[in-house]
Design a protein around this ligand. Sequence first.
Ligand SMILES: *[C@@H]1O[C@H](CO)[C@@H](O)[C@H](O)[C@H]1NC(C)=O
Ligand SMILES: *[C@@H]1O[C@H](CO)[C@@H](O)[C@H](O)[C@H]1NC(C)=O
Ligand SMILES: *[C@@H]1O[C@H](CO)[C@@H](O)[C@H](O)[C@H]1NC(C)=O
Length: 361
Amino acid sequence: LKWKMTARLQRTTHALVFFGLFGVLEAATIACRNEEGEAVDWFIFYKLPKKQDKESRETGLEYLYLDSTIRSWKRSELLINATRSALGRTLQQLYETYAFKDNNTAYVLYNDGVPKSAGYSRNFGHTKGLLLWNRIQGFWLIHSIPRFPPIPEEGYDYPSTGRRNGQSGICITFRYNQYETIDSQLLVCNPNIYSCSIPATFHQELFHLPQLCAGSHSAKIPVRHLTTLQSAQGQSFLHFAKSDSFHDDIFAAWMAQQLKTHLLTETWQRKRQELPSNCSLPYHIYNIKAIKISHQSYFSSYQDHAKWCISQKGTKDHWTCIGDLNRSPHQAFRSGGFICNQNQNIYQAFQKLVLYHEDCN
Ligand SMILES: *[C@@H]1O[C@H](CO)[C@@H](O)[C@H](O)[C@H]1NC(C)=O
Ligand SMILES: *[C@@H]1O[C@H](CO)[C@@H](O)[C@H](O)[C@H]1NC(C)=O
Ligand SMILES: *[C@@H]1O[C@H](CO)[C@@H](O)[C@H](O)[C@H]1NC(C)=O
């Protein structure tokens, strides 16, 4: 009996030490996570559309995955609704934080389509994402999925609204010193925040997010703002943020001319809501019309709610941008952003997906 009790005590002690340490380590290393739960500098996912033909065995939950430790897309063996998926693993840190009611961790969830609600908010930006951070570091997930993710009280799930069409997103791990810049960019994007907690310890450095979280803001919103950001491991990013008073196509009027590159854009295309490819300005915009996943597998941009663009093949600057806005006349009147970088692996991965694009007439 004595031995049994000792063993049990030991197990309990181990468990306490383990969870204690684990808690400390976890708190210190909020990061984007891969499917093994390991911290990565960044990852990108591309959720594939559910094919419309009845023969297809696709669930609409399959996804391509790329991160800072691999060279090219990997087709995940998991479904995106799994808690072991990269999104599930990464967001688990949010759901744990909530469970622990941690005073040193902040989070902001925003989406023009709030989970479990009907309709979309047009008073806010066409922008979707999630931030989770402490005073050391955190991550920023920028994505296209309507009504995602669930509030912290509910735990991880993937909504049916994100299933039929393709969806894209990028998660980047940032040191805390980048959050002041992120704070300013988000003010421009005018996010519809549906869940947040920003403890007082952050209010010295961050001006806008605590106010936005409280449902107000006092600052004058810049028409647009461009900034550089650096990931925890030193990958450089450019972030474009436009407000709803920048009444123009973000791709043609700003991003292409700023990046000095012709861009191929893949955004949600809807009949009668399209902007044609545009060669009026020095740097052109070409709409991608179809995506190829493999030799046998294609889909049209009408089935793709993803939002990304890349430098045209053959140009020297290999930019890739992922973000919030579609090429549609209406989106000129919405706020939103794009995050861009020149990583070769990311560029090659997206370049490989382009089946064909529309030329200017
Ligand atoms: C994910 O979706 C699939 C297909 O609908 C379903 O069979 C599975 O149970 C879901 N998994 C989770 C964890 O919800
Ligand atoms: C968090 O801070 C508040 C106010 O400072 C305090 O009342 C509360 O006990 C703290 N909670 C934890 C879990 O430390
Ligand atoms: C191309 O885009 C620019 C910037 O939005 C716009 O001023 C111009 O009218 C567009 N050209 C065409 C042919 O639509």
